[in-house]
Write a protein that binds this ligand. Structure first.
Ligand code: ATP
Length: 322
């Protein structure tokens, strides 16, 4: 059985070989497997855990390539479907001079948008301990209904629901639609991970302190809310306690996948600790490990190739404590 089932998009990112240029001026692109939920599944397997990916790609060479990447990394792929008509999703990345990334998507519609509820592997989801998802799968039907159906299967089976919205504004019709879409399933999640930019977007920012803003995002069933903040590490909020865990000092070259690596590290540790979310010390250890996973991922290019194994994370953590 796969302990964590990740649902959502699996796509090819085309990353320019030269950064800091407009998309049209990029001399060439390198293909890289992408899709946040798929990255999280690979991240968990690289850390020695078991994870499955559930989603849809096109019946084309890119789709096959992506599924092979998952298989190579020991991700369970029996819940992946191939669409005969729609192509595998593509995203062209712009690497801006300030290190930020912008995405231009080819989805008209792409295979990830046309997964139907009857294509779900119900048994796979039911036997997991965590069902993890993002918000891109909420943008278009029929995948939106499939996402909702999968969450219901997980909830009915008593499985923990883990949510990392991973805001991709250009995919939504408007910022309001993005906010509404992301918030539409908020109250169903047991664990939510957001970045500080996403907190600003979802709450309209303002002058309040982060702790005050987070109160706006709290819901009664929530067990853990984590806000990541790049080199600063992360903040955590549970019904019993809240605090901050610093990240590790590294020399970042590309932050792609840091958030997904963080999520993989956090879920791996929570599964190992049997979700001991009432024990602050254990939660802080898990978040420190997750920071280590995120930090290491920034030191190599790309997402999947940069996701670390446990030994590499522990090495970074022990170096810091010396
Ligand atoms: P992305 O969308 O690029 O995958 P994100 O915006 O979701 O990332 P970040 O907050 O940038 O997420 O990073 C996630 C975690 O990775 C941070 O909480 C931190 O633990 C680690 N991290 C990211 N950047 C750095 C850095 N420069 N130095 C140390 N740790 C980092």
């Amino acid at each position: 059985n796969s302990t964590v089932v990740c649902f959502g998009e699996l796509l090819v990112d085309f990353v320019p070989t030269v950064g800091g240029l407009a998309l049209a001026d990029a001399p060439a692109f390198k293909k890289a497997p992408g899709g946040a939920p798929a990255n999280v599944a690979v991240g968990i397997c690289k850390l020695g855990g078991t994870a499955a990916f559930v989603g849809k790609v096109g019946e084309d060479e890119f789709g096959l390539m992506l599924v092979n990447v998952l298989k190579t990394n020991k991700v369970e792929v029996k819940g992946v479907r191939f669409d005969a008509d729609a192509r595998t999703a593509l995203a062209f990345v712009t690497l801006k001079a300030d290190g930020e990334r912008e995405f231009m998507f080819y989805r008209n519609p792409s295979a990830d948008m046309v997964m139907r509820p009857e294509e779900l592997d119900v048994e796979l989801i039911k036997h997991a301990k965590v069902f993890h998802f993002g918000s891109i799968s909420l943008i278009a039907e029929p995948t939106k209904s499939t996402h909702m159906a999968a969450m219901k299967i997980a909830k009915d089976a008593g499985i923990l629901l883990s949510y990392d919205p991973n805001l991709r504004l250009p995919l939504w019709s408007s910022p309001e639609a993005a906010r509404e879409g992301i918030m539409s399933i908020w109250n169903q999640a047991d664990i939510i991970k957001v970045s500080d930019e996403e907190v600003n977007f979802l709450t309209n920012g303002g002058d309040e302190t982060l702790d005050d803003v987070v109160l706006e995002l709290w819901h009664p069933g929530l067990k853990l809310l984590v806000v990541t903040d790049g080199p600063e590490g992360c903040r955590y909020y549970t019904p019993e306690f809240h605090g901050k865990v610093e990240s590790f000092k590294v020399h970042p070259v590309d932050t792609t996948g840091a958030g997904d690596a963080f999520m993989a590290g956090l879920l791996s540790k929570l599964v190992d600790n049997d979700f001991g979310l009432h024990h602050e010390g254990k939660l802080r250890d898990a978040l420190q490990f997750a920071n280590g996973c995120g930090a290491i991922t920034t030191t190599e290019r790309g997402a999947i190739p940069a996701l670390p194994d446990t030994e590499t994370v522990l090495r970074l953590m022990s170096k810091e404590s010396m």
